[in-house]
Design a protein around this ligand. Structure first.
Ligand code: AMP
Length: 478
């Protein structure tokens, strides 16, 4: 790994150095020390790094530097950053803006869930660095609004998450539209086979940078566990939020409904909270995050949508209301606190149905999480047996605006696909009955003909059938 220890030694532009200083960074993090010089040299990089390691600055700073230096007479999008979630896209954009103060390259962001017009207007004013989520970017490309013909640097962030979220095919389609020659930086917290394959396809002679494997959670985080019955989790959460010195807490629930339920439960206890999950509109997601980040609301309940990459400055607590199904998600979740080496507290709840997940998490992190006692110790030791779903009863009739039963809508038939093939018109020659019914007449069946005398006679098939043309020709030729 490189010997460079300070930002100054990296020969970054004075504007960038002063922007770094304004962000409050004094020394580069390990991933920055390793990655920044490589990107500045134009090398492809495969970065295997945990979130919270300073990965964004590791690619954003040298990209800004390289593009600023070669900006003259350049047009079009010169750097594309693909990232899986809207929140991450916005965060990366914010970083480009703050690290890029007083520099020439202009940064824009596009993601779905909001009207595209504002994004299109911004793009039309000029964009050098585009951060995007794959779905919206592909849409804009299909509409001819975005072209990747001028891309010089391509960053694929959180590649393993792209895979989990089912975006890999979109990513591949987008990559096919990139110009042949460009620099590629691929970052992934884990390296499943598909990501390895993608890396092999996209990167040319890359340098690999590995910082903290994902199985070693941030050391500075104080991790503890409460064994508690499912029904008492809400009481335990409210108690902790009131008792513990909680500046702000990000609470993870396994399901979207679970998030909404926790918000309602906390409200009953007089605790204000916001929820963020995939069923919320983009506006609601932005509002929730803004309220939480600004400190207006101290508790945010989230699904794993917020487990990765989200940077919440000074987050004091992460609470796993439910343990995740995938043990790796535990590491990503608790990594929201203890950012950039600062301390943080991670508390997990475990009911009898989650003992297996707890075992998997502890196996992954390599130690037993210390247990704490609460006024709601676990009392149910029999795991819930999953019940088969009962068939639903009759639904009550829908009522119209006046309260009368609404007329039932006829189920729409699927449109019939017209797949008629135009056949050449044939003279209508009557066929033998067997043939017309789709059956072939048996080969050696004697045929009959009516003679001049009006009597029926058997006819030898060879004599009555026309000879095949090929045989006739052969005879003629011979
Ligand atoms: P990231 O992994 O890029 O999401 O960054 C995690 C956090 O670390 C963010 O809050 C950054 O502002 C912060 N950070 C990035 N680089 C440094 C640095 N060199 N020194 C201190 N904090 C940093």
């Amino acid at each position: 790994m490189s010997q460079i220890e300070t930002f100054e030694e990296m020969k970054l532009l004075p504007q960038i150095l002063s922007n770094i200083q304004a962000s409050g960074y004094t020394t580069p993090t390990p991933i920055q020390k390793a990655t920044i010089p490589l990107v500045m040299q134009g090398r492809d990089v495969l970065g295997c790094a945990q979130t919270g390691t300073g990965k964004t600055a590791a690619f954003a700073l040298p990209i800004l530097q390289n593009l600023h230096r070669t900006q003259k007479n350049k047009q079009g999008i010169r750097c594309l950053v693909l990232t899986p979630t809207r929140e991450l896209a916005q965060q990366i954009q914010d970083n480009f803006v703050s690290y890029g103060q007083n520099l020439r390259p202009r940064a824009c962001v596009v993601f779905g869930g909001v009207n595209q017009n504002t994004q299109v207007n911004t793009l039309e004013r000029g964009c050098d660095i585009l951060t995007a989520c794959p779905g919206r970017l592909w849409d804009l490309m299909q509409q001819g609004i975005v072209s990747l013909d001028h891309v010089e640097i391509f960053v694929l962030d959180e590649a393993d998450r792209m895979l989990d979220m089912g975006f890999i095919r979109d990513v591949r389609k987008i990559c096919e539209k990139l110009p042949e020659r460009h620099q590629t930086l691929l970052f992934s917290a884990t390296m499943p086979k598909e990501v390895e394959q993608l890396a092999m396809d996209l990167l040319h002679n890359p340098e690999t940078v590995k910082v903290d494997p994902p199985s070693s959670p941030v050391k500075a985080i104080d991790q503890s566990l409460y064994r508690v019955d499912k029904a008492n989790k809400k009481h335990l959460l409210a108690w902790l939020l009131k008792e513990e010195h909680v500046e702000n807490a990000l609470v993870f629930s396994r399901t979207k409904h679970g998030c909404d339920r926790i918000v309602r439960d906390l409200k009953r206890e007089g605790i204000d909270s916001v929820a963020i999950h995939g069923d919320k509109t983009q506006n609601a997601r932005v509002n929730a995050l803004t309220r939480f980040k600004s400190g207006d609301c101290k508790v945010m309940i989230a699904t794993d949508i917020a487990a990765r990459g989200l940077d919440i400055e000074g987050l004091s607590h992460v609470i796993n209301y439910d343990l995740p199904n995938e043990p790796e998600a535990y590491i990503h979740r608790i990594g929201r606190t203890g950012r950039a080496g600062h301390g943080g507290i991670a508390i997990s709840f475990c009911c009898i149905d989650e003992v297996k997940q707890l075992g998997q998490v502890e196996k992954l992190i390599g130690f037993r999480i210390k247990e704490k006692q609460s006024p709601w110790p676990m009392e149910v030791f029999t795991p819930t047996v999953p019940q088969p779903r009962m068939p639903r009863g009759e639904r009550p009739a829908k009522l119209d605006a006046k309260g009368n039963p609404a007329p039932e809508k006829k189920p729409q038939r699927p449109p019939v696909q017209e797949t008629r093939v135009q056949r050449p018109q044939k003279a209508s020659v009557p066929r033998p009955a067997a043939q017309s019914q789709g059956r072939q007449a048996p080969k050696n069946m004697p045929r009959v003909a009516i003679g001049k005398d009006g009597k029926m006679r058997a006819v030898q098939p060879e004599k009555s059938m026309p000879r095949p043309v090929a045989r006739v020709n052969r005879r003629r030729g011979s």
